[in-house]
Design a protein around this ligand. Structure first.
Ligand SMILES: *[C@@H]1O[C@H](CO)[C@@H](O)[C@H](O)[C@H]1NC(C)=O
Ligand SMILES: *[C@@H]1O[C@H](CO)[C@@H](O)[C@H](O)[C@H]1NC(C)=O
Ligand SMILES: *[C@@H]1O[C@H](CO)[C@@H](O)[C@H](O)[C@H]1NC(C)=O
Ligand SMILES: *[C@@H]1O[C@H](CO)[C@@H](O)[C@H](O)[C@H]1NC(C)=O
Ligand SMILES: *[C@@H]1O[C@H](CO)[C@@H](O)[C@H](O)[C@H]1NC(C)=O
Ligand SMILES: [Ca+2]
Length: 527
């Protein structure tokens, strides 16, 4: 019975469709054991998990309430948008609800009352998870499709953006790009970003409502018109550089640049018929789990792969702890039909097994030492297992040994410190007088000037005397008749000749003038 079950399970990958299961319990000549396969989650309706943001603020209609008209009957302007009335409001979430039979629900923008200033809106969809598109993105516009719009995508949760497709009724005029159709692309240009005129021309607002990003047409370049030859597609995805990433997104952004114009020029006397209204955005795709999971669940507000093959992370993008004897690899669609799981392996004791904590992909045997050591440790690590930090770096106590951020630069102040190394808590070794973790401060009674120097004068112990004033702890500015580091010395005592005429006005005056001259030369007094 168990054998039969095992046999059944073993046959499942083929029966259920490709890459649906990650492992099965099989019986071999050596007894029963697990067999592992490349696996991926099923495609889902991604609009159910999306977060949306509409820019700029105030672009959604209804605050204050506003009247709008349609292109079909511009004189019948009975429709009204009012954000405070649930029946007349058009908030962004209505782009993602399920459409009941009959009336469409939609997000709507304000009208183009500021014409000729352009009417611009950005609709940003975020998943906080990488997703592989498996079908067309379909955006449904009520009351006419935009004359000009652009689709952008991000692969890094919105940090950087790239154009995905341009849409215009005249590509040359709008984007200086020739109009092209996805259907005309070839195997070498399947991931080209192009401008299409297919979804922007006026055909009547009821007739054609959708704008597409054609994923299926691009797949069909490899898999044939009915997507029957998926093997060929999977082979291409595995081998053609950048092709997989082309269909992968974490975020999408629609930049609406000019509304539907009704097939004619803008009529200034009725700007109430120009606006955007989107009733649905369909995005079909699967979680990207690097072929290490066949389930993806919605947990704590984000999609998460349920990783197998002893991998872990949101995208199963690394090996589990204690399973890092070789570096992580994505599963592969090849060889057909079950692919390669490229599972992570336990850190065992086999000869040549050399843990590098993910900082190196290469080990080498050093003959005369009879050891295996990691080669070219990355992330500022060093050592046989890349387990130490390079000189000038220290261990990040909140990071695991296999973390890319495990080593932090010491950043010792070059002038204040003895060298660029630091201790385990990031403290540098300071020259005399310097202090602080990085040696960029001075101890009390020292002043900073390309390094720390002991104070010449201050407010406490090293007081300037005889009415002298302390200049930035660096020197005393002495009154006429006194000198010395702390102005402690009368010039009379220093030079008897000066004192002979101490009571004569002339001599006194010349001393004053000399003093002033001296100060002026030093730049302390303006005459
Ligand atoms: C839309 O996003 C782009 C960045 O891609 C930005 O430059 C532009 O100002 C945004 N437009 C609006 C209307 O917020
Ligand atoms: C994004 O997903 C990660 C991993 O699941 C989670 O830790 C983080 O809080 C999420 N961020 C947001 C903004 O939801
Ligand atoms: C993952 O590790 C477990 C032990 O925790 C082991 O039983 C299992 O076979 C491993 N799976 C793979 C794919 O290596
Ligand atoms: C230390 O590691 C944690 C965890 O990876 C990281 O978030 C943090 O930025 C690191 N600290 C520094 C200073 O690099
Ligand atoms: C590093 O140096 C600082 C300052 O000298 C000291 O307080 C700290 O305890 C040292 N840390 C270690 C781990 O030695
Ligand atoms: Ca809707």
């Amino acid at each position: 019975m168990l054998y039969l079950l095992a046999l059944l399970l073993h046959r499942l990958p083929l029966a259920m469709g490709q890459y649906d299961i990650c492992k099965s319990w099989v019986t071999t000549d050596d007894g029963p054991s697990w067999e592992f396969y490349a696996c991926q989650p099923k495609a889902m309706r991604m609009k159910d998990y999306v977060t949306v943001r509409v820019d700029p603020a105030g672009i959604t209609c209804g605050d204050p309430p506003e009247r709008f008209c349609t292109h079909e009957n511009p004189y019948l302007c009975s429709d009204e948008c009012d954000a405070s009335n649930p029946d007349l409001a058009h908030p962004p979430k209505l782009m993602f609800d399920s459409e009941d039979e009959g009336l469409a629900t939609y997000w709507q923008s304000v009208t183009w009352r500021r014409y000729p200033e352009p009417l611009l809106a950005n609709i940003t969809l975020s998943w906080n998870k990488s997703i592989e598109l498996t079908d067309d993105i379909v955006i449904t516009f009520e009351y006419g499709r935009p004359t000009i719009m652009m689709l952008e995508k991000s692969l890094d949760n919105g940090r950087t953006w790239h154009p995905y497709q341009y849409y215009a009724d005249d590509c040359m005029e709008a984007f200086s790009m020739p109009a092209r159709r996805v259907r005309d692309l070839s195997t070498t240009s399947a991931n080209r970003v192009l401008c299409t005129e297919e979804y922007s021309r006026w055909v009547g607002s009821k007739k054609e409502k959708t704008v597409r990003f054609e994923v299926r047409d691009r797949f069909a370049i490899f898999a044939g018109p009915d997507l029957k030859n998926m093997d060929n597609l999977y082979t291409r995805l595995e081998s053609a550089k950048g092709l997989k990433d082309f269909f992968t997104v974490t975020d999408l952004r629609m930049r609406l640049l000019r509304p539907a114009l009704g097939g004619t020029y803008v009529q200034r006397e009725n700007l109430y018929k120009y606006f955007y209204a989107v009733s649905n955005i369909e995005v079909t795709g699967r979680c990207k789990c690097n072929l290490h999971a066949n389930l993806c669940t919605f947990k704590e507000g984000s999609l998460q792969c349920e990783c197998e093959h002893n991998t872990t992370g949101q995208d199963c993008g690394k090996c589990k702890k204690n399973f890092r004897s070789r570096s992580w690899r994505a599963g592969s669609y090849l060889p057909l039909p079950n692919g390669s799981p490229n599972a992570c392996a336990a850190a065992g004791s086999a000869f040549g097994n050399c843990e590098c904590y993910g900082h190196s992909n290469r080990c080498s045997y050093i003959d005369f030492l009879n050891v295996v050591t990691c080669v070219s440790c990355k992330h500022n690590t060093r050592g046989q297992h890349c387990q130490h930090c390079r000189l000038g770096f220290y261990r990040n106590s909140s990071a695991e040994l296999d973390d890319e951020n495990v080593c932090i630069e010491c950043n010792c102040n070059q002038i204040g410190s003895l060298h660029d190394r630091c201790n385990e808590t990031g403290y540098c070794e300071c020259k005399e007088g310097a202090t602080g973790p990085k040696c960029d401060d001075c101890l009390p009674n020292y002043y900073w000037r390309q390094g720390c120097f002991p104070n010449v004068c201050d407010e406490e112990l090293l007081l300037c005397q005889n009415g002298g004033t302390c200049y930035q702890n660096q020197r005393c500015i002495c009154p006429v008749g006194f000198k010395g580091v702390l102005c402690q010395q009368s010039r009379c005592e220093a030079d008897k000749k000066d004192c002979d005429g101490a009571h004569s006005t002339r001599a006194g005056l010349s001393t004053v003038l000399l003093g002033v001259l001296a100060l002026q030369l030093r730049g302390f007094v303006d005459l």
